[in-house]
Design a binder for this molecule. Structure first.
Ligand SMILES: [Ca+2]
Ligand SMILES: [Ca+2]
Length: 270
């Protein structure tokens, strides 16, 4: 029984690793939101961004940890960039020039269409800018961005770190669209990208963002192996208990047989 359990666990681990390696394409899905977004540059509640999937950004220089999430409603798409490893805020007027920042870009056929950036300019101030191609736009196109260091409701990590939120009108982007996101931590000079980039950093390295008109499935393919493993473990444990119980009953039954066979004799003798 113990060997069976170990074998099942190994099988499920193999299945789980295969499913995680089965999606190497740089693509992300933006699900229809169930929880509304408040553009305050933080997880307004622990549930605010729990209704969509995430992908990890990859450091281009240095090391770091950050996650990207996208979802949408009828009018806008929303982007979260959670820079977990950026624990120190730096802004533009520091001697090192550049402030901590986040950028997202949308394209059509790998050509940049709109780019949005949020950059810290002071201890409590940031600047939101928009470009059409390489041209900076005076209008913000009804888009907006926000950032903070408030991580109190962040399910990933509650230690204070930089978080960015963006809102972009859906009519500005195609569906699906070429998409990229990046983060810059000035203190450690860390660039984080989705998808991962090499030194050439061309737009052909952008990924694909697809907006689907449905909420995230309750049980994603990533969760299914875990549920399956848990179900099998429970089933094996129940079988083991049932087996032990049956064996115990069998032993007790065998012990009880001589007593039962003696009883009629006693009654007969009386
Ligand atoms: Ca928020
Ligand atoms: Ca920083």
């Amino acid at each position: 029984m113990r060997l069976t359990l170990i074998a099942l666990c190994l099988l499920l681990i193999c299945l789980s690793s295969e499913s995680s390696e089965a999606s190497p394409q740089p693509s992300i899905t933006g699900y229809s939101l169930l929880n509304s977004v408040t553009l305050d540059g933080k997880w307004t509640s622990t549930e605010e961004w729990a209704d969509t999937s995430d992908v990890a950004l990859t450091p281009w220089s240095g090391s770091g940890t950050a996650y990207l999430k996208v979802k949408h409603d009828n009018s806008n798409l929303y982007v979260l960039l959670d820079f977990i490893s950026d624990r120190a805020l730096s802004w533009e007027d520091k001697p090192l020039k550049h402030g901590d920042s986040a950028m997202i870009g949308f394209g059509l056929d790998q050509i940049a269409t709109y780019t949005f950036q949020t950059t810290w300019t002071d201890l409590d101030q940031f600047r939101f800018t928009a470009w059409n191609g390489s041209k900076a736009l005076e209008t913000d196109l009804n888009s907006s961005g926000s950032t903070s260091q408030d991580s109190s409701q962040d399910p990933y990590n509650q230690d204070p770190h930089l978080i960015y939120e963006f809102k972009v009108p859906k009519h500005l982007v195609t569906n699906p669209t070429s998409f990229t996101a990046s983060l810059f931590d000035n203190d450690d000079e860390v660039f984080m990208f989705w998808p991962a980039r090499n030194n050439t950093s061309t737009e052909e390295q952008w990924g694909t963002l697809t907006l689907v008109d449905a909420p995230i499935p309750e049980f994603s393919t990533q969760v299914l192996p875990i549920i399956l493993l848990a179900s099998i473990v429970v089933a094996v444990v129940l079988l083991a208990i049932a087996h032990r119980y049956a064996r115990k009953r069998s032993i007790l039954g065998q012990r009880a047989k001589p007593q039962l066979s003696r009883s009629p004799k006693i009654a007969f003798g009386a």
